[in-house]
Design a binder for this molecule. Structure first.
Ligand SMILES: CCCCCCCCCC(=O)SCCNC(=O)CCNC(=O)[C@H](O)C(C)(C)COP(=O)(O)OP(=O)(O)OC[C@H]1O[C@@H](n2cnc3c(N)ncnc32)[C@H](O)[C@@H]1OP(=O)(O)O
Length: 214
């Protein structure tokens, strides 16, 4: 049971839609986030930083959409713009590393990423919540190869070893079992050739979901 799922593409669609400059800006804000957690609290740059950021925010306040306009209907196509703003894979969301994905077999996905200081939990290690977030996200896409309207119902993460900052992380997720509408998925993170975290989870389409659109 496999369906085509639109995978996060690292901004390719945004670029094709004429959003090249906005992507560049998202990259700059991502760099800014990283810079913020690396500044000394008494940095002499702070007053000018505030002044310049004020100007930037003034420019944006007249451009941004109301919050409610950015929330799509639950059961309408959420693929395009919406996913480009995801906190994990959204090329336009500076909070996102971002993570693009590729298929790995019929019901599996894989990606690699590297996380810096904004994601630090224990010293030198990725925050456990972010480890779970990454797994939830990639595992959700694996489940998405089975059904369009799926939600995480359960996610159990084993933190086997430290998930290191500043190193290439390999993420894989695959559907393990389909039992009626229950989609059981497994996922793992490898660093330096070793599995450092693994997870099992249950994804479900809600009972009141509309018929699949594809
Ligand atoms: C293609 C797109 C890819 C997108 C990727 C992005 C990933 C993002 C992932 C997310 O952030 S999802 C957001 C977080 N999740 C939620 O907001 C979901 C909140 N929960 C719900 O909305 C409902 O619980 C849900 C729609 C998932 C299911 O509701 P239901 O009322 O249909 O089912 P219910 O909760 O009663 O459980 C269904 C079955 O699972 C079983 N179950 C639940 N937890 C279990 C567990 N831990 N182990 C074994 N079975 C379990 C439960 O017993 C039951 O079994 P039976 O149907 O046989 O009676």
């Amino acid at each position: 049971m496999t369906r085509q799922v639109a995978l996060p593409d690292g901004g390719e669609k945004v670029r094709a839609a004429g959003g090249e400059k906005l992507l560049e800006a998202a990259g700059q804000v991502r760099e800014l986030l990283d810079a913020m957690v690396r500044l000394d609290v008494r940095t002499p740059a702070a007053p000018e930083l505030v002044e310049r950021l004020d100007e930037v925010l003034e420019l944006l306040r007249v451009e941004i959409a109301p919050e409610s306009a950015m929330v799509p209907d639950l059961f309408k196509d959420r693929k395009g713009d919406y996913m480009d703003r995801s906190p994990v894979s959204g090329a336009l969301n500076p909070m996102a590393p971002p993570v693009s994905l590729r298929m790995d077999g019929e019901n599996g996905v894989r990606t690699s990423t590297r996380l810096g200081l904004p994601y630090q939990g224990p010293p030198g290690r990725v925050h456990g919540g972010w480890v779970a977030t990454l797994l939830d996200h990639v595992m959700g896409f694996a489940a998405g190869t089975v059904d369009q309207w799926i939600f995480t119902r359960s996610l159990t993460v084993d933190y086997d070893h430290a998930v290191p900052l500043f190193e290439e992380l390999e993420l894989t997720a695959w559907v393990e079992e389909i039992d009626g509408r229950k989609i059981w998925v497994r996922g793992q993170i490898e660093a330096g050739g070793k599995v450092v975290a693994q997870a099992r989870g249950l994804w479900l389409p809600p009972r009141n979901r509309p018929a699949p659109q594809d």
